[in-house]
Design a protein around this ligand. Structure first.
Ligand SMILES: Cc1cc2nc3c(=O)[nH]c(=O)nc-3n(C[C@H](O)[C@H](O)[C@H](O)COP(=O)(O)OP(=O)(O)OC[C@H]3O[C@@H](n4cnc5c(N)ncnc54)[C@H](O)[C@@H]3O)c2cc1C
Length: 404
């Protein structure tokens, strides 16, 4: 977007200055600024502009493209809402959200596949946990869930073995980047502005209006980016994904809960082996860990992803094995919550690191479900994704300033 460039405080004289001031007024004052153009920021901005069409909205994004991080790199599964605690907001929103996601994709012609999902128990001791998940799903109103036996597993997934499975036929897959881009289009069509390459580094309340201001203190929040450019607004909503805690702190709120970065590596089935997987195949999750476990996920492009694992990362949004940021590293290792997590899950963490290093160890995990998969059938995906773990795993949305 060229618009961000217009926000520079520059010295200009005469008519040029007047033009620049007019442009600046047009472009740099907003009723509401949303920080972060991931799917959460874009969905929030889209909904806000639909509800308040007379207000001026901006989305501020540090990258040059939209949905560049988690939203553009995730497994692409439309979850049906089985896992969450009954009665919780997450349970309610996940079930409603899945229905709304299908409806939205139908409206916009965004392709998806309702390919279903099996959560498969391969050991006897997983069966009580699988049955508990089934009860949970029923309480959450997930439609058409059923428990199936070994024969029905084979009928649905001919290469998968298991003692019992939870069959969720309405779980689907979609390309979330495409969904996010469509939200951005809706937002722009409704008059919203998206400023990319705009990394928010500072926010402050103006104490008095500037001499150039014709609006007085109507837009009292000054938002600055890494290039020293500024915008003015009344309200800010931050949806900054892996930087939620930093943005919270910048805006004068608490940095808790903190983000602790974990990297998730995916493998991919070789194209000639993708016939082995039809829908999503997941393990029975261990409730002691905040991850769903290494799973088989078909993608909209016909490929099949395997993973992700979860290993401590030394950089937020660091996609390569050796990506390192001193700030992120120090932030993580000086946070007591990380050490509690590490000590609680030491053996799990060590085995994840071992599996991350040795392909054969990851393949062994996959063979519990599809014994035919061999090390020759898989490749490492070229990029990796950063995930995170903390007490509250949902994205954090903070309204930092509300001026009537
Ligand atoms: C490995 C993995 C697999 C997943 N699989 C699934 C799945 O299958 N199904 C599912 O429903 N969910 C899945 N999720 C969860 C889902 O991807 C996330 O919940 C969702 O993408 C979060 O969106 P977001 O907008 O909060 O974050 P993000 O997509 O990370 O967006 C945050 C944005 O904020 C921007 N930003 C940060 N700091 C600043 C700043 N200072 N100034 C300006 N901009 C800033 C970032 O550049 C980024 O674009 C998965 C997550 C991971 C990590």
């Amino acid at each position: 977007m060229a618009a961000a460039g217009l926000l520079l405080r520059q010295r200009a004289g005469g008519g040029a200055a007047a033009l620049w001031r007019a442009q600046r007024r047009q472009r740099s004052t907003f009723d509401v600024a949303v920080v972060g153009a991931g799917i959460v920021g874009l969905a929030s901005a889209r909904e806000l502009v639909r509800r308040h069409p007379s207000l001026a909205f901006a989305v501020l994004e540090k990258e040059k493209e939209l949905a560049h991080h988690q939203s553009g790199h995730n497994s692409g599964v439309i979850h049906s809402g089985i896992y969450y605690k009954p009665g919780s907001l997450k349970a309610k929103l996940c079930v409603q959200g899945a229905a709304l996601c299908y409806e939205y994709c139908d409206q916009k012609g965004i392709p998806y596949k309702r390919c279903g999902k099996l959560i498969v128990a391969v050991e006897q001791d997983e069966i009580p946990r699988l049955k508990a998940l089934y009860e949970r799903g029923l309480q959450n109103n997930v439609q058409d869930l059923k428990l199936i036996g070994a024969k029905e597993i084979k009928a649905k997934e001919p290469f998968c073995r298991g003692l019992m499975a939870l069959d969720s036929p309405h779980t689907g897959i979609v390309n979330y980047k495409q969904v996010a881009q469509s939200y951005a289009e809706d937002f722009r069509e409704a008059g919203g502005t998206i400023l990319t390459d705009f990394e928010v580094t500072n926010m402050e309340m103006a104490k008095e209006s500037s001499s150039e201001s014709e609006d007085g203190l109507k837009y009292p929040v000054i938002v600055r980016n890494s290039k020293g450019e500024e915008i003015y607004c009344q309200h800010i909503v931050t949806c900054a994904g892996l930087y939620s805690d930093r943005l919270s702190e910048i805006s004068g709120c608490s940095p808790e809960p903190r983000i602790v970065p974990f990297r998730g590596d995916y493998l991919v089935l070789k194209p000639e082996k993708c016939y082995m997987v039809k829908g999503n195949i997941y393990p029975v999750p261990n409730p002691r860990f905040p991850f769903l476990g290494f799973h088989f996920t078909p993608r909209m492009d016909g490929s099949v992803w395997l993973g992700p694992n979860a290993v401590l990362a030394f950089k937020r949004e660091g996609y390569r094995l050796f990506d390192f940021s001193t700030g992120d590293f120090l932030d993580a290792v000086t946070y007591s919550g990380l050490w509690k997590l590490v000590l609680r899950n030491l053996s799990y963490g060590l085995s994840e690191m071992y599996r991350a290093c040795f392909l054969s160890a990851q393949v062994k995990q996959l063979q519990k479900f599809i014994p035919e998969v061999t090390i020759n059938d898989v490749l490492r995906l070229k990029f990796t994704v950063v995930t995170y773990s903390q007490k509250r795993r949902s994205p954090v949305i903070l309204v930092t300033r509300t001026v009537a």
